[in-house]
Design a protein around this ligand. Sequence first.
Ligand code: NAP
Length: 323
Amino acid sequence: MENTNKTVLVTGGTGFLGIHTVLQLLQQGYEVKTTLRSLSKKDTIIKALEEEGIADFSHLSFVEADLTSDNNWDEAVKDCDYVLHVASPFPAQDPRDENELIIPARDGALRVLKASRDAGVKRVVLTSSFAAVGYSKDIKDHIFTEEDWTDVNAELSAYIKSKTVAEKAVWEFIEKEGNGLELSVINPVGIFGPAIGGITSASLDIAVSGILNGTMNQTPVFTMGVVDVRDVADIHIKAMIDPKAAGERFIATSNDAMSFYDVAELFKKERPQYAENIQPLEPIDKEFYKEMSNEKAKTILHWNPRSREEALLASADSLMKKS
Ligand code: NAP
């Protein structure tokens, strides 16, 4: 255990990525704090971590805080060296009013940054999304990199807009009012990998459960990059401590994008025992496949993600074990 003198806050320990991030930090010997909207969810987190082999909870503490309120953020960031701001609303269906997502995403991120700056935190790592990178430009013959930004004025779903608006606001804050606080941003594509303690997210619910239980009965004309949650937690920690990560954003993706047809075919081939409810889906045209690069994360952070197949099969295995 090499890092016992550093304290890290992870916002949203109840989430799919949040719990994996808390787990890896504890495994690496950090002191960890995590925020929850309600402390009543503490037991779910402890149970999930116990299932993953954590026995000593003296290095983990909980603070109740909501992204839509100022309460307790100063308490949450107190004594922290680093803050990983993972929490943000990610519903399976967009709400009718986009502000239900945009306000907590943007104002919540600004609350976390202000509190971090005022408490003397060294660096914040923000979980943004590929949503803030690759959702307005024409995808034809384009390989998306960290230079790309989704245009907030394009026609966007509420979730995609919320992530783009929040990331933009955060960079602006750092430039104008950061007062030396460092920022690094992670832009993950669709996050898969194992659900621990039964904690899933919209990505698993839609693209894994939806395909396996047969509610997905048409292939959306859309492709997604895939990345394993364990690698997304790992890249947050790498970006937290690597001096070269300050002021940078990093796309977190394994390799090429997949359609939901491709995901269904993978499950049918590799996990025929789960495939009885999978609906016949049609392939989509190659012109709809997005390309995105993970070169920057690999080169600067020496990040080496698992394959998309391993990520998706780990999701399916963990979900089928629970059902
Ligand atoms: P998740 O399981 O739904 O986690 C979302 C977390 O945000 C939960 O802990 C949730 O708390 C918290 N949260 C939502 N609204 C909040 C509020 N008003 N105040 C405080 N906390 C709030 O989804 P996830 O996949 O782990 O997402 C984690 C992060 O990764 C998000 O920033 C998401 O945008 C980003 N991301 C996800 C994917 C993906 O494919 N999964 C891809 C790219 C980026 P409750 O448990 O109380 O609801």
